[in-house]
Design a protein around this ligand. Structure first.
Ligand SMILES: CC(=O)N[C@H]1[C@@H](OP(=O)(O)OP(=O)(O)OC[C@H]2O[C@@H](n3ccc(=O)[nH]c3=O)[C@H](O)[C@@H]2O)O[C@H](CO)[C@@H](O)[C@@H]1O
Ligand SMILES: C=C(OP(=O)(O)O)C(=O)O
Length: 428
């Protein structure tokens, strides 16, 4: 199961050189789900990150009846979903689906291709409450019957034929927007989705679906219109680069002092995170498709105030690495986590390393600067793991981060990419 994997870091080395930014986890997962909407042909996805969540998504695609090839050296996935259709296979089993959040993104394809879906579990990082009511309510407004089997903890969805409708999200849910778009592209008539998410990955998914033949307008405006079509075609698409992976590498460079070129990173996609890092003393220069990041090791980082919010606000997935980075800053940093009610598991782990982080509800104060020391620490979720690796790179001595599986859920070949920059990191 990979649970025994751990990362060992010996800190104190600046990062210098070139890092290749992976394809975006939060774009490839909905695209694997969307590829199952094509009844003919083979979909080709390029720039696929080699991460555990992709393996799980491909297992799920095979489980429901698709043929899948992952050519890792080429970072390419080929999906043939032409054989999908057996309603008996329209099940997202807990042993796969409960290991990652992206499993919920398979429901639209199951509804359209098999007329039903049974969801036996949906996983993802444990960050407090993570509801799916916007998804299920939206499917119901398109004509699906959604019922809960509370004894078994399953959700059953029946979808004879879906028809367009007026949908809305209470807050601009990332996967919620993608799922409602995917549910409406093959529904009869027009669907409007109000208060839709603006994240770059959502735009990339819209581009992919449009290339498949979907008729979608308004992406990036918060108000999306979908005109249903009769069928979608299998196409080729190159996945955008992962803005969270870029942000983590930029913060790791900032933590150690050094200069790194991030190949494929786009500063526009960092949103407010770019400005916060600049305020802390990080220098950015976008050179075409390469983002250059520098931090002068002779000056201390400045402290920061940050509040997480949907794009282009400060990304919640970068909040943990920012907390780790602010332990090194010269003064008090204030962090408000406004998306999730339980995303501060990192604080206690950083404190084991000598940090002084105080948490009250969804707000944290980080008292910097601290001299971090190596320790055995727990990755409670994916970004806690990445943040602890960042702390380990800046700490004296050896830091061991486990379980490594959670880091591997979302960052591809982390130790190899960090080692290439001069870090002393091993995945054992
Ligand atoms: C696979 C994927 O793309 N994961 C990302 C996605 O998760 P995900 O799409 O699950 O996150 P959402 O944007 O849906 O969730 C944001 C907030 O809305 C609430 N909510 C959401 C849906 C719903 O039906 N009801 C409800 O109440 C959630 O509990 C949470 O508090 O966006 C998050 C926010 O940028 C990121 O942290 C995750 O990395
Ligand atoms: C919260 C995250 O992912 P997921 O939604 O897949 O759990 C993340 O990528 O930090």
């Amino acid at each position: 199961m990979g649970q025994e994997v751990r990362y060992r870091v010996r800190g104190g080395r600046p990062l210098n050189g070139t890092a290749f930014i992976q394809g975006a986890k939060n774009a490839v997962l909905p695209m694997i789900g969307a590829a199952l909407l094509a009844a003919k042909g083979r979909t080709v996805l390029r720039n696929v990150p080699i991460i555990e969540d992709v393996y799980r998504a491909l297992e799920l695609a095979e489980h429901v009846g698709a043929k899948v090839e992952f050519h890792k050296a080429e970072r390419t996935v080929v999906i043939d979903a032409s054989q999908l259709g057996d309603p008996e296979r329209a099940v997202l089993p807990a042993h796969i689906a409960a290991r990652f959040r992206g499993s919920v993104l398979f429901v639209p394809a199951l509804m359209h291709r098999m007329g039903r879906a049974r969801i036996e579990g949906v996983g993802g990082c444990n960050l407090g409450s993570r509801n799916l009511d916007f998804h299920y309510r939206g499917f119901a407004r398109l004509g699906a019957e959604v019922s809960e089997d509370s004894e078994r903890n399953h959700i059953n969805v029946k979808a004879g034929s879906l028809r367009g409708g007026h949908l809305y999200l209470d807050t601009p849910s990332h996967t919620g927007t993608e799922n409602l778009i995917m549910a409406s592209v093959l529904a009869q008539g027009t669907t409007v989705i109000e208060h839709a998410a603006l994240e770059p990955e959502v735009i990339d998914v819209i581009e992919f679906l449009s290339r498949m033949g979907a008729r979608i307008s308004g992406g990036g405006t918060g108000f999306i219109t979908v005109e249903g079509v009769d069928e979608l075609t299998a196409v080729e698409h190159t996945i955008m680069s992962d803005r969270i992976d870029s942000g983590v590498f930029a913060m790791m460079t900032a933590a150690t002092g050094g200069e790194v070129s991030l190949v494929g990173a786009n500063i526009e996609h960092l949103g407010v995170a770019r400005w916060k890092l600049e305020q802390m003393g990080v220098e950015f220069a976008q050179q075409g498709a390469v983002l250059h990041v520098r931090r002068d090791a002779n000056t201390l980082l400045r402290p920061i105030n940050a509040v997480t919010s949907p794009y282009p606000g400060f990304a919640t997935d970068l909040q943990s690495p920012l907390m780790a980075l602010s332990t090194l800053a010269d003064g008090e940093s204030y962090i408000h986590e406004a998306i999730y009610d339980g995303r501060f598991a990192l604080a206690d782990e950083l404190n084991k390393m000598g940090a002084k982080v105080e948490v009250a509800g969804t707000r944290a104060i980080v008292h910097g600067p601290t001299d971090l020391h190596g320790s055995e620490v727990v990755a409670h979720d994916l970004r806690t793991g990445a943040a602890l690796l960042l702390a380990g790179l800046a700490a004296d001595g050896e830091t061991v981060v486990a379980p490594g599986y959670l880091v591997d859920r979302g960052h591809s070949q982390f130790s190899a990419r960090l080692t290439a920059l001069g870090a002393d990191v091993e995945r054992v």
